[in-house]
Design a binder for this molecule. Structure first.
Ligand SMILES: NC(=O)c1ccc[n+]([C@@H]2O[C@H](COP(=O)([O-])OP(=O)(O)OC[C@H]3O[C@@H](n4cnc5c(N)ncnc54)[C@H](OP(=O)(O)O)[C@@H]3O)[C@@H](O)[C@H]2O)c1
Length: 283
């Protein structure tokens, strides 16, 4: 298998590189590989992968509201370039997407067959990317994940770790519920999915769910700090992009081919065991 990873320098890309370290890997990311440019397609074709793990994308949820054209160019148009390349090569395409394709109005976990209805530009751009991937290449699997954190890059866990040791107290949104997911765990599942014949859409997260407030409390507890964490509302947080109040993903399809990932609390505590190194690492 010759595996091409887009977004190779991102947090998931980094985890994929570790997990697939024994494989024949081709790594693509900015600046030399730009999903907004049509030559991204010819670059992939020239590399002749048999599988493409498309993890690259515009991931700044509030930023996408400020520069919607760029978010759409990267996530929607960029994914159609990747899908065309995959089709030309008869390659398998795995496109990493998001729980933010849903509007959050359900009260039970979103299933793969639920109809997306994004409420922000990022979610819309990823949803259009899903359509590009599924229509552009016949051997496509869209893997939706959520609330990702990994060793590379910035994420909620690293932010809370830093703030918990700097601030007298923290205020964190308590009315959005989702599934925190460790990038290393997701990379293990993606490795299995490379060689499976599953197509269409598959949801993959650590199991269980929580609010951002509960997630932050768990992080502070694992740091052995007593910094108080207080819940605030989404309205109080005043973020630019709307976010789904409830974006828990049901993992019906994954459960048919392998065991689900461990609970988010286990995954978080595994991640935090490396906390001293993470805290001092450049992000
Ligand atoms: N993070 C989450 O909570 C989350 C949740 C659900 C789904 N996802 C999805 O999971 C995937 C991986 O997420 P992640 O957290 O690993 O994201 P990430 O750390 O932001 O990595 C994305 C990578 O894509 C690169 N990229 C951005 N614009 C590009 C362009 N025009 N051409 C080529 N590469 C470009 C980024 O480069 P720069 O850093 O230089 O911009 C970065 O290296 C994404 O598709 C994301 O939508 C993420």
């Amino acid at each position: 298998m010759r595996i091409l990873i887009t977004g190779a320098r991102g947090q998931l890309g980094h985890a994929l590189q570790q997990t697939l370290s024994g494989e024949d890997l081709i790594l693509k990311d900015l600046p030399e590989f730009d999903l907004t440019q049509s030559d991204s397609e010819s670059q992939i074709v020239a590399a002749r992968p048999s599988v493409i793990l498309h993890a690259g994308g515009y991931t700044n949820v509030d930023g996408a509201e400020r520069e919607p054209d760029r978010a759409l160019a990267v996530n929607a148009q960029g994914t159609s370039f990747v899908a065309s390349a995959a089709a030309a090569l008869n390659a398998r395409l795995i496109y990493v997407s998001t729980d933010y394709v849903f509007d959050g109005t359900k009260a039970t976990p979103y299933r793969e067959e639920d109809v997306p209805h994004p409420i922000n530009v990022y979610g819309q751009s990823k949803h259009e990317g899903e359509i590009s991937a599924l229509t552009g290449c016949s051997d496509t699997l869209v893997v939706r994940t959520a609330w990702l954190y990994g060793r590379a890059g910035n994420n909620f866990v690293k932010t809370i770790m830093r703030l918990a040791s700097e601030k007298p107290f923290l205020e964190v949104v308590g009315d959005q519920r989702g599934c925190p997911t460790n990038a290393d765990d997701l990379a293990l599942v993606l490795k299995d999915l490379l060689t499976s014949d599953m197509r269409g859409i598959c949801h993959v997260t650590n199991t269980g769910d929580c609010t951002w407030y509960e997630f932050a409390e768990a992080i502070v507890r694992l740091m052995d700090l007593s910094t108080p964490v207080r819940p605030i509302t989404t309205a109080q947080a005043g973020r630019l992009a709307r976010r789904p109040a409830y974006s828990v993903l049901a993992q019906g399809r994954l459960g048919t081919i392998r065991t689900l990932l461990p609970p988010w609390q286990d995954a978080l505590s595994r991640f935090m065991r490396h906390a001293p190194r993470l805290a001092s690492a450049p992000s």
